[in-house]
Design a protein around this ligand. Structure first.
Ligand SMILES: Nc1nc2c(c(=O)[nH]1)N[C@H]1C(S)=C(S)[C@@H](COP(=O)(O)OP(=O)(O)OC[C@H]3O[C@@H](n4cnc5c(=O)[nH]c(N)nc54)[C@H](O)[C@@H]3O)O[C@H]1N2
Ligand SMILES: Nc1nc2c(c(=O)[nH]1)N[C@H]1C(S)=C(S)[C@@H](COP(=O)(O)OP(=O)(O)OC[C@H]3O[C@@H](n4cnc5c(=O)[nH]c(N)nc54)[C@H](O)[C@@H]3O)O[C@H]1N2
Ligand code: SF4
Ligand SMILES: [Mo]
Length: 860
């Protein structure tokens, strides 16, 4: 370890012993566990916390699932005595192929983190604010749930159950128990998920072209070209273990091109890096389409051909639609005439800042690789103000080359056979039915928030706008809120709005493993089990031509008084509500019977197990077998830990896509229908809707993948740099911030430095503003300011500044904060990024969203 790193850790430990705050003190169960860890560096306290197991004792491997990111990998945990000591890929998964990623191991630091909340706590300081110590004191689960049940009953008694709100961050598929059923049976419309701060705009592109609202998988083993847009699959995005384990072969067989303003881990190994001007992805995608059509490289089989076989796609010239016979796509000629004919590489070079020769080369090579050419669409081009269209434009390339649903192309999800939990309807009484009819707190469906999930106006969540709904009491006030596995006061842009919103709600409960910025504004903390080691649950994911359903199960002893967020807590709360004369929820949960014995659950433990068996019965019960892996029963499934689907059925969706025309739509009739419905509801036109929502398109352009200039806040004179946000190879979403390995190995991210939070600036730009590596700088956007360290780095496009998301925590534990509860370590990117939206999908913007200026505070 270098001396600097060592000095940082020593300082950390001494800071903590000098000024431990009430919050952290109370978060340890009793004094002994804490004392056992004191004096050790935080990263060395795990074993002290876990008890004494003789080192010679042999352990066993148990199946589990990692949720460090949305890859949702099947894992195995090596357990010695009561404690987990190692994590590896579960070899039974055909999705993860036994592989792992670096951050899987940090789950161990998470589960044995001395700063976990180990017992329920209540706030004693009624004042809420960043500078108000909450004064949390330990209480029993009984007291905690009595309090919450009383608050809910008060809403029911006053006939205002809509003022209850449930916020969901990361989740398992047990989610509906807490998120859907409980909210409905209490009687509120306000179950607000985190999906809109995650990746909805990315799904928008595939939905409004091929009728699929979800993540795709990429058949890279058979591909000949992989074109990646604002995703970094060797470090982030999804199914990192699978893609990293086959990438060497992929690089041998295929060309890989990465479109990114910064040299990502994947770009660093690619054949082509296209360091694009942020937000100009649609320009590049359309130019690629232009080249593919003018050079005749499109897939005849998927798209069709001119009746006489001669190519009439000539730059700048319209084509008579009747001369073309379309096969499995809809509107290729309309798209050409309205948009693509004018999008030449020379035009795109101006917009994107990329050389014409590179655009041409990439387009031709991509087209020649058809249909084994993948256009891989990540958050980069999508999670922008006009990102819905960016996402469509990039995704449309898969249609042109016939890669959709095809070998070596882009695939959707294989079939799986889990089942939904029992319906709640019969348990919703009049109060609940009336409560649920109210408008949702996130204002989805209003004129400026079309939120068009799966073709329905007002159906997508607007996670980040809920803060404004709460603050403005528009449509009404929220009185009781529950948040689980979320940290919106950190993870949402302009998080200060969430601080004020939570401070305004009279009663907030946080279900969490760790103290966090969300907890800081809560009245009640309910300590949760850790997903990989301590609870039952299941998730699904796709890669390698398969889908798996992978189980979570308790494999270690709980060293705190933890309960599981999505199962045990709602059951226990249902019991409390029942004691208060409202037994609908408990009666509903009792319907989740054990499929083996037919018994109804009588305790929280039984409930969580029966619910999981119920949902997955068709996977493990031979009598209910429907496909994929076959098991002899529950026990065998639990031991194996993962079910694999049948292999991918290529081309089954050709001509049967879930779009209005059942074809791949270059002219999206599906989007047209949705937008017209929204406009009609507001008694206006689609043109008005689009301009009210910050899009440029008018007329027919609204329905096709087209170019829009990026909508970026801040004028270029005051704010010379466009801010580029990205994830760390070590981010477990927002959940690795208190792990020392996160900081120790930070230089795994290209350009980053261990134990520092750096802004990466191109040396040419840095010279102009007189900044050197190591300088302490202030970055300011029109909406906020952070402090961090400057790093001169060639891997970033001039005129932009890149910073990894993840640091800037001030209340996530002793390692994550500068001083817990007081000062951040590094800066939170979200303090800089304005709370803007891609309003068509409801997504929160994190790319091409703002310009910033940089000033030196201190010389490095
Ligand atoms: N600037 C910027 N902002 C981003 C992103 C970005 O790349 N850049 N990424 C966005 C994305 S893609 C997402 S999905 C969101 C995620 O944002 P959120 O959904 O808010 O989730 P996290 O920030 O991961 O916070 C999860 C919280 O759950 C608690 N927790 C941790 N582990 C467990 C557990 O095992 N069980 C339970 N019950 N609780 C646990 C901790 O308190 C933790 O703070 O952030 C988004 N925000
Ligand atoms: N290591 C790691 N992996 C993760 C997660 C994690 O926390 N850590 N979280 C998981 C979750 S919840 C999600 S939703 C996914 C999301 O993963 P991604 O789909 O990869 O999305 P983003 O995090 O938005 O990052 C997109 C990339 O876009 C680049 N970029 C920024 N601006 C632009 C632009 O204008 N154009 C282009 N083309 N690129 C741009 C950034 O440099 C960044 O590399 O990742 C999952 N995987
Ligand atoms: S962190 Fe993500 S990619 Fe890594 S093992 Fe966990 S779920 Fe899989
Ligand atoms: Mo996400």
């Amino acid at each position: 370890m270098n001396t600097h790193k060592h000095a940082m850790i020593t300082k950390l430990v001494s800071d903590l012993s000098m000024s431990r705050r009430h919050f952290l003190k109370a978060s340890a169960a009793g004094g002994t566990l804490l004392a056992a860890g004191m004096g050790l560096k935080p990263e060395l306290t795990a074993l002290a916390e876990a008890g004494d197991t003789p080192p010679e004792e042999k352990g066993t491997w148990h199946a589990g699932t990692c949720q460090g990111c949305t890859s949702w990998c099947a894992k195995q945990v090596y357990v010695v005595g009561d404690r987990a000591v190692k994590v590896r890929g579960n070899p039974h998964s055909k999705v993860c192929v036994g592989a792992s990623c670096v951050r899987a191991h940090m789950a161990l630091q998470q589960v044995y983190d001395p700063d976990r909340i180990k017992t329920p706590m209540k706030r004693t300081n009624p004042k809420k604010g960043r500078h108000e110590d909450p004064g949390f004191v330990p209480i029993s689960w009984d007291e905690a749930l009595d309090t919450l049940a009383d608050k809910i009953m008060a809403l029911r008694d006053a006939d205002e159950t809509h003022k209850y709100m449930l916020m969901r961050g990361r989740y398992t598929y047990m989610r509906d128990i807490l998120y859907d059923r409980m909210t409905k049976i209490i009687g509120s419309p306000n179950n607000i998920s985190h999906s809109a701060i995650c990746a909805e705009a990315e799904k928008f592109g595939s939905y409004y072209t091929e009728g699929y609202w979800s993540y795709r998988q990429y058949d890279v083993k058979k591909a000949r070209y992989v074109l990646i847009w604002g995703a970094d699959p060797l470090a982030a995005n999804r199914q990192v273990p699978f893609y990293t384990s086959v990438w060497g072969d992929v690089m041998e067989r295929a060309r890989v091109a990465v479109v990114e303003p910064r040299l990502s881990a994947t770009a660093g190994k690619a054949d082509e890096w296209l360091p694009i001007v942020p937000g100009q992805d649609s320009a590049l995608a359309l130019a690629i389409a232009h080249v593919i059509l003018t050079r005749g490289l499109w897939s005849r089989e998927f798209v069709g051909d001119f009746k006489d076989g001669s190519n009439r796609f000539v730059p700048g010239q319209t084509v008579d639609e009747s001369t073309f016979d379309e096969a499995f796509t809809h509107g290729v000629v309309a798209w050409w005439n309205l948009e693509v004919k004018d999008r030449s590489p020379a035009w795109a070079a101006e917009k994107t800042g990329l050389p014409v020769a590179q655009i041409l080369r990439v387009a031709e090579d991509f087209g020649k690789a058809a249909p084994r050419a993948i256009s891989w669409v990540g958050g980069g081009p999508s999670m922008q103000v006009r990102g819905g269209y960016g996402s469509m434009a990039c995704h449309a390339l898969n249609g042109l080359v016939g890669a959709c649903d095809n070998e070596g192309g882009t695939l959707v999800s294989n079939k799986e056979y889990t089942r939904k939990f029992p319906k709640p309807d019969a348990f919703m009484d009049d109060i609940a039915k009336k409560g649920k009819k109210h408008e949702k707190i996130d204002q989805r469906g209003r004129l400026t928030f079309p939120a068009l999930k799966s073709g329905k106006p007002g159906s997508a969540v607007l996670t980040n706008n809920a803060a404004d709904g709460i603050l403005n009491e528009d449509p009404y006030e929220i009185k009781v809120a529950v948040g689980y596995m979320n940290n919106f006061t950190f993870s949402c842009t302009q998080p200060d709005r969430w601080e004020r919103a939570l401070a305004k709600i009279p009663f907030v409960a946080h279900l969490t493993t760790h103290a966090s910025e969300f907890s800081w504004f809560s009245d009640l903390l309910l300590p949760n089990t850790h997903h990989l080691f301590e609870k039952y649950g299941y998730v699904k994911s796709i890669a390698n031509g398969y889908r798996h359903v992978t189980l979570m199960q308790p494999v270690i002893k709980r060293i705190g008084d933890y309960k599981t967020d999505e199962t045990e807590v709602p059951w226990l709360l249902a019991e409390k509500l029942s004691q208060r004369g409202f037994d609908n929820l408990l009666r509903h949960y009792k319907e989740y019977r054990d499929p083996e014995t037919g018994k109804e659950p009588t305790t929280a433990d039984e409930f969580s197990l029966y619910a999981l068996k119920y949902a997955t019965q068709s996977l493990w019960d031979p009598a209910q077998y429907k496909g994929g892996d076959k098991f002899n029963g529950w026990k065998e499934f639990l031991e194996t830990g993962v079910w694999n689907s049948d292999p991918y059925p290529y081309r089954k969706r050709w001509g049967k896509m879930k779009t209005a025309t059942e074809k791949f739509e270059f002219y999206s009739v599906t989007l047209k229908n949705a937008l017209e419905k929204h406009a009609k509801k507001h008694k206006t036109t689609v043109d008005e809707v689009l301009s009210a929502c910050n899009y440029e398109a008018q007329g027919e352009h609204a329905f096709i993948p087209h170019h829009e200039d990026p909508f970026t806040i801040g004028d270029a004179d005051t704010y010379p740099f466009v801010f580029v946000d990205h994830k760390s190879r070590l981010n477990r979403e927002g959940r690795s911030a208190n792990c020392t390995w996160y900081y120790d190995f930070k230089d795994l991210d290209p350009g980053d430095e261990p134990w520092q939070d750096v802004a990466k600036i191109n040396p040419a730009d840095a010279k102009k503003i007189g900044i050197k590596s190591g300088d302490t700088i202030r970055i300011t956007s029109p909406t906020g300011t952070i402090e961090c360290t400057a790093k001169l780095w060639e891997g970033i496009r001039p005129g932009t500044v890149a910073k990894c998301f993840g640091q800037g925590h001030w209340a996530y534990g002793r390692v994550a904060a500068g001083e817990f509860g007081k000062t951040p370590r590094g800066g939170n990117n979200n303090d800089l990024i304005p709370a803007e939206y891609d309003r068509l999908s409801g997504s929160t913007v994190r790319h091409a969203g703002t310009r910033v200026k940089i000033e030196r505070i201190e010389e490095g």
